[in-house]
Design a protein around this ligand. Structure first.
Ligand SMILES: [Zn+2]
Ligand SMILES: [Zn+2]
Length: 332
């Protein structure tokens, strides 16, 4: 198979031949048709994960099962599937026994190989069927960006009539905004770029707030929010925007901030406000996200690249130029 291989950290990925994977018991091999590039792939590129090159990154795959391993009874050759991050828990810890996400020993693409390749190995338990009518390109970003943000929205426990602000409208945030709108909530997009106003409204923002130096004040001046879904990497922006929460508000942090989050303890306490971290959580969140795409209520906005140009896509991602998700397409 052809694959984009990370041979050295911080060096261009090498598109070259790698051995085809074969499925072990409980595993499947997927012919990848499309794979989204996530900011986490840049963390892998920079050596922030305990991985030794050479390896293949990528964790937003959408494709077709071409081979199933022994004991795989639910999935079949020919199924259209995507794969999420934590494909298989240990089965024995408290989280696994309770049927929850959060197994500390779950296996991911880091154990089996990523999806920036023509073929990908996965645990059958990590595959989700792609609904009919959803293209591989539209499905791919849902397996990380979509799943993450739908879990964030659900973990915020939104109630009818509430107002949701999205901080950091990129690959994750543009989906968070659409999910919030699709389930009937009032939406606010917080952006640093005045020239994005029109496109943010087209994505479903009822109100666009210009962040400036103090996004929390800007949000409060615009009426505040009951929920903030944050995907930014800026700890300063997180701390500021927390102050834009209405009393009883919930701030859901889904990004990896560049430092400690210094929030005002009085704002936290007296307004009964909450700061919560959230990542890919209940499997039903992924299902719901895919269903909203199938219903045409959420449309991932993507740029597509052939595998040979994956470094171009990676550089655009690193410099913040991607609108809104880069997806690698494989010839079919
Ligand atoms: Zn990701
Ligand atoms: Zn476990």
């Amino acid at each position: 198979m052809r694959a984009a291989v990370i041979d050295k950290f911080n060096e261009p990925w090498q598109v070259r031949e790698m051995p085809d994977p074969r499925p072990g018991p409980g595993q499947v091999v997927i012919k990848v048709h499309a794979s989204g590039l996530c900011y986490t792939d840049l963390h892998a590129h920079h050596g922030m994960f305990p991985l030794k090159p050479p390896f293949v990154a990528g964790h937003e795959p959408a494709g077709v099962i071409v081979e199933v391993g022994a004991g795989v009874t639910d999935l079949r050759v020919g199924d259209r599937v995507g794969v999420f991050w934590n494909q298989k828990g240990c089965g024995r810890c408290a989280a696994c026994q309770a049927g929850r996400a959060g197994c500390p020993n779950a296996q991911s693409w880091m154990h089996l190989g990523g999806s920036n390749a023509e073929l990908m190995l996965a645990w059958a338990s990590g595959c989700e069927l792609i609904p009919d009518g959803v293209s591989f390109e539209a499905a791919a970003p849902i397996f990380c960006a979509g799943y993450t943000t739908m879990s964030g929205l659900r973990n915020a426990d939104p109630r009818p009539g509430e107002r949701v602000a999205v901080l950091g409208v990129g690959g994750l945030g543009h989906l968070a905004l659409q999910f919030a709108k699709a389930v009937g909530l009032e939406t606010v997009a917080i952006t640093g770029q005045a020239n994005k106003q029109k496109e943010l409204r087209e994505l479903g923002a009822d109100v666009v707030v210009l962040a400036g130096d103090d996004p929390g004040k800007a949000l409060a001046d615009a009426g505040g929010a009951d929920i903030v879904l944050s995907t930014t990497n800026s700890a300063k922006q997180v701390a500021s925007t927390f102050n834009g929460l209405r009393p009883g508000g919930r701030f859901i942090n889904m990004g990896v901030p560049d430092g400690g989050i210094l929030i005002d303890p009085l704002v936290l306490m007296f307004g009964q406000r909450q700061l919560r971290g959230s990542s890919q959580d209940e499997r039903s969140d992924l299902y719901e996200a895919l269903q909203l795409v199938a219903a045409g209520k959420v449309k991932p906005v993507i740029e597509t690249y052939p595998l040979a140009k994956i470094n171009e896509a990676r550089e655009r991602l690193e410099t913040g130029k991607v609108r809104y998700r880069a997806v690698v397409q494989h010839a079919t």
